[in-house]
Write a protein that binds this ligand. Sequence first.
Ligand code: SAM
Length: 302
Amino acid sequence: THFGFETVSEEEKGGKVYQVFESVAKKYDVMNDMMSLGIHRLWKDLLLWRMHPFPGTQLLDVAGGTGDIAFRFLNYIQAQHRRKQKRQLRTQQNLSWEEIAQKYQNEEDSLNGSHVVVCDINKEMLKIGRKKACAQGYKTGKSYGKCTEEKLTARKEWKIICGGGSRLAWVLGDAEELPFDDDKFDVYTIAFGIRNVTHIDRALQEAHRVLKPGGRFLCLEFSQVTNPLVSRLYDLYSFQVIPVMGEVIAKDWKSYQYLVESIRQFPAQEEFKEMIEDAGFQKVTYESLTSGIVAIHSGFKL
Ligand code: SAM
């Protein structure tokens, strides 16, 4: 198999990928913003708009790293639910805006049973995500009360308990062998993760297994650039600039060289769509973003 452009044995790849993310974990968020000029945020926002989750949705975010998708998911549901409820309260109960605001002091209410599990093979990435969860209070800037962590060692699982409710769990696990029962989740997401997996077909089969019937698979991943001019500029930027930034900011040329090379090794939109179908998903579609620099693939377990 491949580790970037290097040909390595299948056993070697997992270890090398682990080292890359162990090494970049602390600078991962900063580097993401710098390398993509912040555009990764828009791609991730779009993934959430496409998902359009409802209160009560059970999400599994595989290769979830520092939790970008998980936090967006919780914020999306809170915002959507709050908008709807506020409209209802205003029209049906004739409450004032102050009374409505009081009702929403406890943000946890608006999640209405939604839950997200972040699963990643790398404990350093998860550690950063867990710290972010406790420190930021899910981006809203509001405090959720005392934040505590509960480590369930046997299952290598951490639950973040914030303000009395657990909405977010962090689980150490391999995309190729997920530590979850069959038919458990409504949505499975994997963002910029699947190209790092040794056997993509196994990861896709696992995604299919853990989804409930009717559940949705969504993948955000680098893809093939369609416009020749964009492609040349993108190559120049990727091969000349990104490893240099990696060295200057994170003192790690090699990891960033791997990240660029792994993007080029990943199957193009149509080929990846066929792989998703081979895993048993139906109604598989994709959407290329930013001239195909990335694509969102979607499929359903029917
Ligand atoms: N999803 C996050 C995001 O979009 O910011 C993190 C993406 S990061 C580029 C890739 C992640 O994939 C890393 O956290 C890495 O540890 C994880 N990963 C690599 N191989 C994995 C595997 N076999 N199973 C689960 N996670 C894996």
